[in-house]
Design a protein around this ligand. Sequence first.
Ligand code: ZN
Ligand code: ZN
Length: 365
Amino acid sequence: MDYQGRQRRLREVLSQHRLDALLISHLPNIRYLCGFTGSAGSLLVTKAGTVFFTDGRYTAQSRAEVEGARVVIARKAPLIATAEWLATNRGRFTGRKPCKIAVEAEHLTVATGGRLAKALPRAFRLQATSLLVERGRMIKDSEEIARIRKAVLLGSSLFDHMLRAIRPGTKEMDVAAELEYSARKAGAQEISFPTIIAGGKRSALPHGRASAAVIPSRGFVVCDYGVILAGYCSDMTRTVHVGRPPGEARRLYHVVREAQAAALAVVGPGIGIAKVDAAARKVLRKEGLAEYFTHSTGHGVGLEIHEAPRVAAGEKEVLRPGMVITIEPGAYIPGQWGVRIEDMVAVTERGCEVLTPTRKELIVI
Ligand code: ZN
Ligand code: ZN
């Protein structure tokens, strides 16, 4: 991975914002910038160099993984160790005073921020910043796309096995367990979020995590799951029907499928992201179902299952080659049923590539 290039681009952002350094506490951002995959660390990116702080549990791992940063094994919490390092090395920061040390407002708790401010000498001032690293992460390079593609294909390869577990009377949890076991056996590091298996009336819950409820003899089952492979997440949803679907159910399914196709059709470089959301919503509105589409059309996926950009109304972001997003419209009639169809898609120079290969015609079990 091009850690040096990522850090270089981040330094450009820092100088644009007149910041002297960025203190990163969000682990996916740390991984993105230096390769560390452990659970405790902080990364200080200054104009002159990058220093990574972790604790004694990660001595060997950090030496093996971290690229483009000096490693400091600290006895204290990594963030406090970073503050102490700044105090000791304040001579390296020349120029205007106080030095502005950016922190990640989205990821730093008020308590930790307070402790950090206390531990820093007066020559430094903390500056809240937002999504400086995440904005870079939106554009995936070819190595990242390759990893995402593999994660998506692994996720899709489990679909038929999962279908065989969906039978009337089976607990949703047992379907999820079967799926997750097969994911591990197939080489997934872990699942990317709690598996959603929502049958019958529960299919109307957009985030119906697999529960002890049983699959009914007739009705939709929303299956939304993902795996993590080499650090990168996959995310897909298919909705299947157990028993013969009534005409109304078929209609609902086909409208959602049409909405998903309409959104996919507008994905391409230079397209305002709100337009993608609007395309899906338009189809549902025409069928009188707009009020039942209660979430946004999609989200970015990468090292995290939900990351920038959001694919939603009012978003100002413009699609660029290298972005990987989901397209997942749905319609949920409370107390009755719900349908969602979700693919992952990569924005390319000329348009887009749908990464999820799984079929989308209504599957009847
Ligand atoms: Zn999903
Ligand atoms: Zn999703």
